[in-house]
Design a protein around this ligand. Structure first.
Ligand SMILES: *[C@@H]1O[C@H](CO)[C@@H](O)[C@H](O)[C@H]1NC(C)=O
Ligand SMILES: *[C@@H]1O[C@H](CO)[C@@H](O)[C@H](O)[C@H]1NC(C)=O
Ligand SMILES: *[C@@H]1O[C@H](CO)[C@@H](O)[C@H](O)[C@H]1NC(C)=O
Ligand SMILES: *[C@@H]1O[C@H](CO)[C@@H](O)[C@H](O)[C@H]1NC(C)=O
Ligand SMILES: *[C@@H]1O[C@H](CO)[C@@H](O)[C@H](O)[C@H]1NC(C)=O
Ligand SMILES: *[C@@H]1O[C@H](CO)[C@@H](O)[C@H](O)[C@H]1NC(C)=O
Ligand SMILES: *[C@@H]1O[C@H](CO)[C@@H](O)[C@H](O)[C@H]1NC(C)=O
Ligand SMILES: *[C@@H]1O[C@H](CO)[C@@H](O)[C@H](O)[C@H]1NC(C)=O
Ligand SMILES: *[C@@H]1O[C@H](CO)[C@@H](O)[C@H](O)[C@H]1NC(C)=O
Ligand SMILES: *[C@@H]1O[C@H](CO)[C@@H](O)[C@H](O)[C@H]1NC(C)=O
Ligand SMILES: *[C@@H]1O[C@H](CO)[C@@H](O)[C@H](O)[C@H]1NC(C)=O
Ligand SMILES: *[C@@H]1O[C@H](CO)[C@@H](O)[C@H](O)[C@H]1NC(C)=O
Length: 419
């Protein structure tokens, strides 16, 4: 956790930002679905920019084009994988251009085995002065996109795949094949690029040196928010966070347990919002903490379903990575926020737990950048019960003493009279 790594984050952000503005032009997203009967087997939400080099009569030329809104799935060529064919998503756009993604799976993972780009040099609006004509097909079979079965592959960072004279850059990608339901699985598998870089504004520059890794004091409360593409706040969180991590120390040559507070002043916030999943990613130098919230649309209840920690602290023998995607914490209802003032320990894996203080979150249904009415955790309700119980007990005691006193007084009074 050195200040140099902070610079790395900033250095990574700048080209991303420029790429988005300049080259990608923040290309529009398309949603593509392959169906068999009524069930969806492949679904992809992505933005893509194609970069193609072609020969003209007297030289070579480059053209770049993004997948237009009108891109559609070619149902005749696409397949869910019946009759021994692999699942194949074929999207067509413009005048005879196409993009194909072919999938395969093994026991636990699915992957894109090959990517096909087809472009029609006869389309003179896209390829002016091309000396060739007709459709060119190029294939890449080293795509490197894979995820565990029953999870959605997510990658906000741009990923470029080259095939022949074409290069295709995907961004804001979410996709799944071999889908168990008709919607993308709420559990996401985040690509490596997203785990090391973030996609929102850089942090306010601070001159603070490397954070002290051992402040077991109560962590400062930070306010974190995620905005959607239209610039409105869609996820809100207010909390103090403390990481409790066991790792093998380089200097001590043994497993140590360390408490590290998240310093909101040094944290870069990013994330995403969706109808049924939302994520909050907090990056502090070489530490990335990722929360995934899931909503059950039938019951309109949401909960914290996943926590992922990546840490590369200087004393670690190897970068630390811990993830649990089947958590059930912070349960609340759509239209409400979840609040817990009492300290909560969220166990993620045996080597990593997260202590949360003065927490309030709302991952769905945020309106006008404010928390909705809170549903308070049981711990807070119990805490509130203690003074009530103590109060009631005290009141009872006073009553008993009073009655005892009155009875006593009456008795002694009666005693006097008999004498
Ligand atoms: C698809 O859904 C429609 C209406 O929801 C139904 O009538 C039809 O039988 C379904 N087809 C299949 C193949 O399940
Ligand atoms: C290529 O040829 C076209 C006309 O055929 C001409 O307009 C253009 O300037 C030429 N480009 C080069 C680099 O010579
Ligand atoms: C290629 O583009 C030309 C001109 O736009 C068009 O006539 C032709 O049908 C296209 N080829 C295919 C396979 O769509
Ligand atoms: C790519 O995948 C498609 C669909 O599975 C297949 O038809 C094609 O032969 C594959 N190409 C290569 C080069 O593997
Ligand atoms: C399954 O596929 C993934 C991704 O392609 C690969 O990393 C993994 O080793 C494969 N597992 C087996 C058992 O083949
Ligand atoms: C197109 O240009 C390339 C390179 O200049 C040349 O090798 C090729 O023969 C040309 N093709 C046609 C159809 O003119
Ligand atoms: C994926 O989910 C489906 C339905 O929920 C289930 O039947 C299947 O066993 C799951 N597969 C894996 C590898 O978890
Ligand atoms: C940190 O985690 C360990 C178990 O891994 C636990 O014994 C310890 O009490 C935790 N400390 C705090 C302050 O939560
Ligand atoms: C670390 O400890 C192990 C045994 O606990 C020992 O074998 C190893 O030599 C030690 N390594 C260093 C660098 O001290
Ligand atoms: C964060 O910054 C504020 C104002 O600059 C400062 O008052 C506060 O102490 C800082 N908090 C931490 C944990 O460094
Ligand atoms: C939503 O909740 C209902 C009732 O608890 C449950 O039956 C259903 O499986 C849940 N759906 C999802 C997608 O988790
Ligand atoms: C972890 O940090 C070390 C030293 O700062 C660096 O050499 C290494 O590449 C980092 N590893 C990862 C996965 O970022």
């Amino acid at each position: 956790m050195g200040s140099t790594s902070k610079m790395k984050v900033l250095d990574c952000l700048a080209p991303l930002f420029i790429a988005c503005l300049g080259i990608l032009g923040c290309t529009q997203a398309v949603t593509l679905e392959v169906k068999e009967g009524n069930s969806t087997c492949i679904k992809a939400e992505l933005s893509a920019l194609l970069f193609i080099t072609y020969t003209t009569f007297n030289s070579t030329s480059n053209v770049s084009t993004s997948l237009p809104d009108s891109t559609s799935v070619d149902a005749a060529s696409s397949s869910c994988g019946a009759a021994g064919r692999p699942p194949w998503l074929v999207a067509v756009f413009g005048s005879g251009h196409a993009l194909g993604l072919s999938f395969a799976k093994n026991g636990s993972f699915y992957s894109i085995t090959n990517l096909t780009v087809q472009y029609n040099l006869s389309d003179t609006s896209l390829f002016p002065q091309s000396n060739g004509s007709g459709v060119v097909t190029v294939v890449s079979s080293s795509v490197g996109i894979w995820a565990p079965i029953n999870t959605t592959y997510r990658c906000a960072s741009p990923t470029t795949i080259r095939a022949g004279g074409a290069a295709i850059t995907f961004s804001a990608m979410r996709l799944e094949a071999y889908m168990p339901g008709n919607d993308l699985s709420p559990t996401e598998s985040v690509c490596a690029a997203d785990q090391t870089t973030t996609t929102t504004a850089p942090p306010t520059p601070t001159t603070t040196a490397a954070p002290a890794p051992t402040p077991p004091a109560t962590p400062a409360t930070g306010v974190f928010s995620v905005t959607n593409s239209s610039g409105t706040v869609c996820l809100l969180a207010k909390m103090g966070l403390q990481l409790n991590v066991s790792y093998v120390s380089q200097s001590q040559n043994k497993t140590v347990q360390e408490l590290v507070n998240v310093n909101p002043n040094l944290t870069v916030t990013s994330g995403s919002c969706g109808g049924t999943t939302a994520s909050l990613v907090l990056t502090q130098q070489t530490t990335t903490l990722n929360f995934t919230f899931s909503m059950n649309s039938t019951t309109s209840k949401y909960h914290l379903s996943g926590i992922n920690l990546l840490a590369n602290w200087s004393d670690m023998t190897a970068p630390f990575s811990a993830s649990n995607t089947s958590l059930d914490y912070l349960r609340s209802t759509l239209g409400r926020s979840y609040m817990c003032n009492t300290e909560q320990t969220l166990l993620v894996v045996p080597a990593f737990s997260l202590n949360a203080f003065r927490l309030q979150v709302q991952p769905f249904g945020v309106t006008s950048s404010q928390f909705a009415a809170a549903e308070e955790c049981q711990l807070d309700q119990d805490q509130m019960l203690i003074p009530i119980i103590v109060g009631a007990a005290l009141a009872g005691l006073v009553l008993i003493i009073l009655i005892a006193y009155l009875i006593g007084r009456k008795r002694s009074h009666a005693g006097y009279q008999t004498i």
